[in-house]
Every structure is written in structure tokens, then in C-alpha cells.
Design a protein around this ligand. Sequence first.
Ligand SMILES: NC(=O)c1ccc[n+]([C@@H]2O[C@H](COP(=O)([O-])OP(=O)(O)OC[C@H]3O[C@@H](n4cnc5c(N)ncnc54)[C@H](OP(=O)(O)O)[C@@H]3O)[C@@H](O)[C@H]2O)c1
Length: 275
Amino acid sequence: MTPSSSFPTMAFIGGGNMASAIIGGLIAKGMPASQILVVEPWEEARASLRKNFGIVALPEASAALASAGLAVWAVKPQTFKDAAAASAEFTRHAVHLSIAAGITSDSIAAWLATDRIVRAMPNTPALVGKGITGLFARAAVTTNEKLLIEQVISTTGQFVWVKDESNLDAVTAISGSGPAYVFLFLEAMTQAGKDMGLPPEQAYQLAVATFQGGSELAARSSESPDVLRQRVTSKGGTTHAAIVHMQEHKVLEHFIDAMRAAEKRAQELAVEFGK
Ligand SMILES: NC(=O)c1ccc[n+]([C@@H]2O[C@H](COP(=O)([O-])OP(=O)(O)OC[C@H]3O[C@@H](n4cnc5c(N)ncnc54)[C@H](OP(=O)(O)O)[C@@H]3O)[C@@H](O)[C@H]2O)c1
């Protein structure tokens, strides 16, 4: 379903990277700019929101937010509580969607004095309609409200609902932070290609196309990544040499530990900034 004038007005609190990705998706799919408001303290960010999307960008919370049926909280975990204090009185009638990492819906419910809260963990490929978002709703959120949020998030890519709110920390560690891991691997593959004598642009093109192609193959295949990997790995061949090296250096174990560190940080953010 595409966004239309039947959608409620949306108020974004915070107009940074992730808010822009979601707003871009909504506008691209036909949401009228006149139905989107943003509160964004940074003048430069407000100017680019107005220029790119033609939406109203306010420097601070005001009564203008009262028309919003959906409030999207897209501020950093560190500033959520202050932003909530400034906006809560104007967003009382809205259903709330938070994309902040870590901050629990219990904290948000206490700050906003409502239980109509959905938490989301999107990722930046939302910018090109290829995002994936983990969603969790508190019991007070109605089926229709969940449907509305699904329609909003669909404009940025896929979504999954998680059963337990704590699962969102895992989503954060896997797909929320995940694009950064992909970019890091792209950097490493490009560097390796350069070191082996390829022109940097060619090395980068090879690396990006390999991630794209490998992901697409996995997405379309009914076979496990393990089987797909074995098909690349000829006995006594080049891939085998690379994978043995990775196994000897416990690359996989370290990579899994890194995602555990991200999950742990999400839990810490909840404690540090959720009070
Ligand atoms: N980037 C990602 O990949 C990603 C993915 C999933 C979830 N998230 C979550 O999304 C949230 C936003 O991340 P981001 O990357 O979009 O951050 P960001 O680009 O820094 O955007 C946050 C914006 O909120 C503004 N802001 C700060 N205090 C405010 C207030 N009191 N009222 C209104 N706006 C305020 C900030 O302005 P100033 O710069 O002036 O402070 C900034 O422009 C975070 O909680 C993060 O955990 C991010």
C-alpha cells in the first residue's frame, strides 16, 4: 500500500540521517510533504530538509505538532529524554514510533505518559529502499496502528516484528549496525585489491558487486549459505586458502563477538540514558 493523503500527519522529532532516510522513502512513495513536520534544532539540517523534501522543519517543539497522528522519535538515545520533555505535551494524541537504539519502551512510556508505543530498529539502506527494520509494539498499540506503522516502514524496505522487546538489541547488532560492517569489508576488499595491483575504482567495483551478487544469490536461493559457500570453494583452490586462513585466525569467532559487543552496548544505552 502506498502512503496517501489518508495517512495522518507525521511529526519527526530529530531530523538527522535516519529521519531523512524514512522521510525520503515516504515522499518518494507519494506521501504529501504538507503532512510531514520535523523538529530539528540544527539550522543547516532544517535547511536541507526543506530543500530536499519541501517539508516544514521547526527549530523546537510547538503546538504545530498537535496535528500529528504519528510521532517518530529519531533523536540519539542521549537526547531522547530532553526531547521527550519538550515535545510530550504536544504529541499526547499521537501513536509513537521510536527508532532510538537501546531506549526501552518502559522509559519512553514514562517520559511520554502513554503506552501507545512501537519501537523500530531500521538501517541506512532505507535511503535506497533496501532497508530492513525490526519492530516491537507494546500491548496497547492497536492492529490498525501497527498496520499504519508497517505502511510507513514499508516505504524504506522490509520489516520483521520481534516477539520480545529485548530482541531489538539483537536486531540492532545484526542489521541496525550491520551496514557499517559491510562497508568495513568493502574497505578491506578494496585495499586488498589495490595492494595486489588493481586500480582502486576497479577493486571497489569488484567488492561492491560481489556483496550485491552474493546477497542476491543467497536471498533467491533455497540453499543455505554454507552450501553456497562450498560451491565457491574448490578443493585445494584459492577460496579454500582464504577460508583456512580466516579459520586459523578465528575471524568468524571475532566477528560474532563484535556483534555481541554491539548488543551489549544497546543494553548499556538503555541503562545510561533511559532513567
Ligand atoms: N544511523 C543509523 O544507522 C541508525 C540506524 C537505526 C537506528 N538509529 C537510531 O536513530 C536515532 C537517530 O540516529 P541518526 O543517525 O539519525 O542521528 P543524527 O543524524 O544525529 O540525528 C539525530 C538528530 O536529532 C537532533 N536532535 C537532538 N536533540 C533534539 C531535540 N531535543 N529535539 C529534536 N531533535 C533533536 C539532532 O540535532 P543536533 O545534531 O543538533 O543534536 C540530530 O539532527 C538514534 O537513536 C539511533 O540509535 C540510527
